[in-house]
Structures are given as structure tokens and as C-alpha cells.
Design a protein around this ligand. Structure first.
Ligand code: NAD
Length: 441
């Protein structure tokens, strides 16, 4: 099939490369000319394991192209995917301005019977509004569908090639048939739903996972006070098949480009239709306060952050990505600096902005600028970060960090080892000579 993918961010580039690998002719489009220039030269504008090889392979095969030209991209396409960003507004609703802008841009070039698929995460009702907008600018007959994306950054290629399921949300049988054919090579279960169910399924999946994280954090807080160990509790409850042993992450709360916004957007959507007493508002509130709460607890134990030298290990929001949107480091580093600490940061891939402006990475207050002459330095090795510090704070479980031999970096003075994701054995860390602080243990 001839496919066009609008928006070449994390979802767009991965999807374009994977659809191309099935023998389709795919053209990726973005309004960011720098991004498109890089992609045209086979460079992925962000770090995602395995994506660079797949992209180059598909470009060489002639199946995959990139452009900024809507006329070129859309006029040939049987299926147009919309994969642009849907950040939340300051009041929590999904900001659909990028999505609707694509409606205006594709409309004049849509071919007869084209299928427009919204892959971006959008609330129910969006498809109807989108179609109405397109109709004002074209005479062509077109169809709409919702095929939400479930990939995870850091394993996006594998997730897209081997998804747990593909959701095809449409009311048109011919559209369902064509999109089923397109996704057949994935050899996974294809679930046919209405567009509204597909959209609700996407939001619900992320909201549930975020709720699970918030729930276990609150249980961890109880363990902290009563001598229980959250890891032992998780092991025990996980044996119950109704609960399961996967996806328990006591820590500093959820972050990244999706969970925080999706929880807020679902809460705002619930509010907008009169379902005001919903748990999601509280989940968001608890999560937004999480980092400060935990850092305050550590502060009590460590005896203040003033003049402490702290190594923050892991700046991205999770391992295997350089995406820093809503990463814990975005809150931790300004917090520590405001308390008078000197901070050294390390990450295998993510880079702290040179000008210190982190406002792009977070929508949640405080949006703090860390000036270049502040007491923050990003260093290139873990050794450089941890040398003679007062506190080693392991924030993200990059394999480079969890497998590092911290016993070699212990100096003669009192040093704290803060394990914000319970990745280390308290016994071992204590044996190395550090004072250990984890979460709920
Ligand atoms: P992103 O911010 O990485 O990329 C979006 C891209 O869209 C940018 O390159 C931007 O320049 C481009 N764009 C914006 N307006 C445009 C326009 N009018 N025409 C063409 N291009 C335009 O976003 P992402 O992380 O890939 O997410 C895209 C959507 O997928 C969002 O709705 C998100 O919630 C959803 N999603 C993301 C993930 C993820 O892990 N990133 C996973 C599942 C679903």
C-alpha cells in the first residue's frame, strides 16, 4: 500500500519504518525541516535502540521516504496516518491543535476513498470533529479510523514488530478489512472496535498503569514506616494471578511523554462529560507531589542538602531512551540546587540542555531554569560523577548504572547511596560502606 505518516516523532518514525519493512511504500512527513533533513540522510533525530538500522535498511530498499511537502505525501496515499503530538493544556485537556492542523493540511490533497487513521492519543469525539474539518476543504470521499499506538520508548521497534494486539477502531467494514490486511504481517491479534472504544482503550491502558505505580508507591510509603519491605510485599502479592507479578515499580512516580499527560487528559475528559468524582485527578495530584515528598524524606535522613555534592545518575525518563519529557531529573536537579547542593549528572544518552532551559521537558510546575553557571555539571562517565560525592543518587536503571561497581568509588567519608528504583541490594550496598536509602524498604 501507499502510506503517508504525518509527524515523524517517536511514533511516526518507528511506524513508518515498520510499515515499510512489510513492503509498503511509506512517506513520512513533518513540519520540522531539520528533522526531515536528518531523516533523509538516514539519521534518527533521537535515540531508540534498533531504529537506526531499520530506517537505513528501509531507505536503501526504496520503500521509505521523508518530506515536508503535504501535496507530495498525501496525494499518493491510500492510508494517511496522523501521529503528531497531543500534549495536555494547562488545564489538563488534550491539546488537539497539532492534530487539527493536519486536517487542514491534508484535506486539499486527499485522494478519493483515502483512509485517514488517527494514531495520536486523542479523546472520544475527535474523529467526528476531524472529519468535519476535512470536509470543509475537500470534495473527495474519505474514511476515518482510530488505530492507537501502544509502543514504549526504549523498546519501540520490538513493541511495534511484536505488539500484544492491534486495535482497529472504525465503523466501516471496508476500512476494517484494509487496515487488517495492512497489519496482518504482525501476526498478532487484531481487535475490531468502534473508534470510541479504541480511544478509551488507549487512555485506560496508560491510566491503569499509572494508577498501579501510584498504588504501589503509597503501599511503599506505609512499608517505610512499619518495617515491611515493599519488594517482599510485591513478591507475595504478585503470586495472586488476579494481581500478577509484572509492572510493579515503587519509586519516584511515573514520568515520560505519555503517562502524566494521558492521566490528566482522561481526567479532564471525564470532567467535561460530568464525571467529576474520578480517581484520576487524585492520581495525578499524588504523582506530581511524589518527587518532592521523597526528596524531603531523604533530606531528613541525610541531614540537609546544603553544600552536599550529589551525583544524579540517569537523566532520561527511563532506560534506553534520551527522551527527558517529564523525567525525574527535571524535578530532582533544580530541587537539589535550590537547597544548596552541588550536582553532577550522568546519562549514557540524554543530554541536559546547554542553556539550562528545561521548560520544554515539563508541563508541571515548577518549571525551573538551571543557568549554565549554576552548580550543575553533566559529566561523561559514572566515575567522574561519583568521585568523592556525599550522595550517589541512582535515578534511572540504565544497565550501565545498575552494573557499575560502586564498591570501587567508596571514599573514606560518610556517603549515602540513594536507590530510587530499588535496583540494588541494601545488604550489598551497605557492605560496600555506603548508607543505603531506597523506597519502602
Ligand atoms: P513527538 O512529539 O515525538 O512527535 C510529534 C511530531 O509531530 C513532531 O516531530 C512534530 O514536529 C510533528 N508535527 C506537529 N505538528 C505537525 C503538523 N501539523 N504536520 C506535521 N507534523 C507535525 O510525539 P510522539 O511521542 O511520537 O507521540 C505522538 C502521538 O502518539 C501522541 O499523541 C502520543 O500521546 C502518542 N503516543 C506516544 C508514545 C510514545 O512513547 N512516545 C506511545 C504511544 C502513543
Amino acid at each position: 500500500m501507499n502510506i503517508c505518516i504525518i509527524g515523524t516523532g517517536f511514533v511516526g518514525v518507528v511506524s513508518a519504518s515498520v510499515y515499510a519493512s512489510f513492503g509498503n511504500t511509506v512517506i513520512g512527513l513533518d513540519i520540522d525541516p531539520q528533522k526531515i533533513e536528518k531523516l533523509k540522510h538516514g539519521q534518527v533525530p533521537f535515540f531508540e535502540p534498533g531504529l537506526s538500522d531499520l530506517l537505513l535498511e528501509q531507505q536503501k530498499s526504496g520503500n521509505l521516504h521523508f518530506t515536508t511537502d503535504y501535496s507530495l505525501a498525501v496525494s499518493q496515499a491510500e492510508v494517511v496516518f496522523v501521529a503528531v503530538g497531543t500534549p495536555s493544556t494547562s488545564t489538563g485537556e488534550a491539546d488537539l491543535k497539532y492534530v487539527f492542523a493536519t486536517a487542514d493540511s491534508i484535506a486539499p490533497f486527499l485522494q478519493e476513498n483515502a483512509i485517514v487513521v488517527i494514531k495520536s492519543t486523542v479523546p472520544p469525539g475527535t474523529l467526528t470533529q476531524y472529519a468535519e474539518r476535512v470536509k470543509t476543504k475537500t470534495q473527495a470521499q474519505f474514511f476515518m479510523a482510530s488505530v492507537p499506538e501502544f509502543l514504549r520508548e526504549g523498546s519501540a521497534v520490538a513493541d511495534t514488530l511484536h505488539p500484544d494486539r492491534v486495535l482497529i477502531g472504525t465503523t466501516e467494514p471496508e476500512v476494517a478489512e484494509k487496515l487488517t490486511l495492512l497489519h496482518q504481517p504482525l501476526q498478532t491479534q487484531i481487535i475490531h472496535t468502534s473508534p470510541e472504544s479504541a480511544q478509551m482503550a488507549k487512555y485506560s491502558a496508560n491510566a491503569y498503569l499509572a494508577t498501579r505505580i501510584t498504588f504501589i508507591n503509597q503501599i511503599a510509603d506505609l512499608c517505610e514506616k512499619n518495617g515491611a519491605d515493599i519488594e517482599e510485599v510485591i513478591q507475595a502479592i504478585g503470586q495472586d494471578k488476579r494481581i500478577g507479578s509484572q509492572y510493579w515499580y515503587p519509586g519516584l512516580g511515573y514520568g515520560g511523554s505519555c503517562f502524566p499527560k494521558d492521566v490528566k487528559e482522561l481526567a479532564a475528559y471525564a470532567n467535561s462529560i460530568g464525571e467529576t468524582n474520578n480517581v484520576l485527578i487524585k492520581i495525578n495530584e499524588v504523582n506530581e507531589q511524589r518527587i518532592e515528598k521523597i526528596l524531603n524524606q531523604y533530606e531528613q535522613k541525610i541531614g540537609g542538602w546544603l553544600n552536599k555534592k550529589v551525583a544524579v545518575l540517569g537523566l532520561s525518563f527511563k532506560p534506553e531512551t534520551n527522551d527527558m519529557r517529564e523525567a525525574p531529573s527535571i524535578k530532582i536537579i533544580p530541587y537539589l540546587l535550590s537547597k544548596g547542593a552541588q550536582v553532577l549528572g550522568f546519562d549514557p544518552k540524554a543530554e541536559w540542555p546547554v542553556n539550562g532551559d528545561i521548560s520544554f521537558f515539563t508541563a508541571t510546575p515548577p518549571v525551573t531554569t538551571v543557568s549554565p553557571d549554576s552548580s550543575f555539571t553533566q559529566v561523561n562517565t559514572i566515575n567522574d560523577a561519583v568521585r568523592d560525592v556525599d550522595v550517589i543518587m541512582c535515578v534511572i536503571e540504565w544497565p550501565e548504572i545498575t552494573s557499575f561497581d560502586f564498591s570501587q568509588s567508596k571514599s573514606a567519608k560518610t556517603q549515602w547511596f540513594v536507590d530510587t528504583r530499588n535496583q540494588f541490594s541494601p545488604k550489598e550496598v551497605t557492605a560496600w560502606g555506603y548508607n543505603y536509602l531506597g523506597i519502602g524498604r
